[in-house]
Design a protein around this ligand. Structure first.
Ligand SMILES: *[C@@H]1O[C@H](CO)[C@@H](O)[C@H](O)[C@H]1NC(C)=O
Ligand SMILES: *[C@@H]1O[C@H](CO)[C@@H](O)[C@H](O)[C@H]1NC(C)=O
Length: 432
């Protein structure tokens, strides 16, 4: 009896020490890229000769989620883990690892309990989840340019392989010279520019179609490298585009020359007329001469100063006032011309004076319209309007000079009936 008891006790003791030994694995990781998840459970001292002697249980936390009964060779996962399975054939080699679909995997502590006929043991491994983001692909745009004419500036950021289904998955950051200037948080649908770039914005709706382009006021834009960083749930990437400032000429070179030349010609025509009047009208009073000369001088100075301010280049206050000094003194020119028509002894030729006056006013109005349309921005159409106006003014000033010459010649020639003056008489009859 006693020896039997001792034997039994010995057997129990040996049973207690005969633990199954496991390869200790603290944790394993799975990512969004895994299709299936494997939680390892490796026994190093399996002695069982047949599956019938084996039993495996898996727990998540305290909850049993999977049973394998070797006696019946039967696997039983619970419904939430319906895809969970082990490979029975591997059991006898000590492998009781659990596999399941990624979609059913839940991060947490998984415990593997293995039982043989006389021995048992368990090991716990943590399953961790990590997001692996793949690269978003961007359309490379090395640089974009803006000029004084851009009211807003757009820095493009275009990506092609987005998989986001909702704005909530998206996050956008914009950097200027390594300093963040703009954030968009899709989860909150909230945009946050920094104060230096308070006008910056993106169009959230365009994000889902692959655009995170940044818009901002021209006045806040600074030339340099802008980096767009886009992050989705599973994708991310960035692209850098340089913003360049290009000084754009306000007017093209040809337009510029014409804008200066026409008023200069007008002024020369005026002086021509002035000389003609003084030469052929000895009875003009000193006061009238002084008025004509002083006003003409002012006109000339204004136009010359205007032309100096109006040097070629991009739009600026100085150039704009230069253009003003070139265009607006046309008023003086018109008044002077009228004054000359009045003092010239051109009796009976009122019609011509009036026609020239109307043409002159028309030229002025066209110039002024062109000029006001050209403020800050000048499309070629507006430029030609301005030039036409100035051209008309110059042309009328020329006709005025011709008229003045003919009047003067006729006036001085008629009483003498000088045959040499015949050409001018023809001119006179033409003009008259
Ligand atoms: C500036 O304006 C031009 C013409 O409208 C446009 O083509 C260009 O893309 C703009 N530049 C920027 C940086 O927005
Ligand atoms: C996000 O906000 C913008 C303006 O702040 C709004 O126009 C847009 O409809 C919003 N989108 C969503 C999905 O809420």
């Amino acid at each position: 009896m006693w020896p039997l008891l001792v034997l039994l006790l010995l057997g129990l003791a040996s049973c207690g020490s005969a633990q199954l030994l496991f390869v200790k694995i603290e944790s394993v990781e799975y990512t969004n890229e895994n299709k299936t998840v494997l939680i390892p459970c490796l026994v190093t001292n399996v002695e069982a000769k047949s599956l019938k002697e084996m039993f495996v249980k898996w727990k998540l936390g305290d909850k049993h989620i999977f049973y394998y009964n070797g006696d019946k060779n039967e696997s039983k996962p619970i419904s939430e883990f319906s895809s969970a399975h082990i490979i029975p054939d591997a059991l006898l080699k000590g492998n009781a690892s659990l596999m399941m679909d990624k979609s059913q995997a839940v991060p947490g502590n998984y415990t593997c309990e293995v039982t043989e006929l006389t021995r048992e043991g368990e090991t716990t491994t943590e399953l961790k989840y990590r997001v692996v983001k793949t690269q978003l692909l961007f359309t490379t745009i090395k640089s974009v340019e803006y000029t004084n004419n851009n009211k807003t500036v757009l820095i493009p950021c275009l990506f092609t392989n987005s998989v986001a289904k909702s704005l909530k998955e998206m996050f956008v950051k914009w950097k200027f010279r390594n300093k963040y200037i703009f954030y968009y948080n899709g989860d909150r649908n909230e945009s946050k520019p920094t104060s230096d770039f308070s006008s910056a914005y993106i169009v959230p709706g365009a994000l889902l179609t692959g655009s995170a382009s940044l818009m901002m006021d021209k006045n806040q834009a600074a030339p340099g490298n802008y980096t767009c960083e886009v992050s989705e749930l599973t994708r991310e990437g960035n692209t850098t585009t340089e913003l360049k400032y290009i000084a754009a000429s306000w007017f093209s070179a040809n337009d510029h020359i014409l804008i200066i030349i026409f008023p200069m010609l007008s002024v020369l025509m005026f002086w021509g007329s002035d000389i003609v009047i003084l030469k052929y009208n000895s009875n003009i009073t000193k006061e009238k001469i002084i008025i004509l000369s002083v006003a003409g001088l002012i006109l000339s100075i204004l136009v010359i100063v205007g032309a100096i301010f109006f040097i070629p280049g991009e739009y600026s206050r100085k150039r704009a006032s230069g253009l003003g000094l070139i265009v607006i003194p046309t008023v003086i020119l018109i008044l002077l011309q009228m004054y000359m028509f009045m003092i010239a002894p051109a009796n009976g030729k009122r019609t011509i004076s009036i026609i020239l006056f109307i043409a002159q006013v028309l030229g002025l109005l066209i110039s002024l319209a062109g000029q006001s349309l050209c403020v800050s921005e000048c499309t070629p159409v507006h430029g030609s309007l301005l030039i036409s106006g100035l051209g008309i003014t110059a042309l009328v000033a020329f006709l005025g000079l011709v008229y003045m010459i003919s009047v003067a010649l006729v006036h001085s020639a008629l009483p003498l009936l000088d045959p040499k003056q015949v050409p001018s008489r023809i001119l006179y009859s033409l003009v008259g």
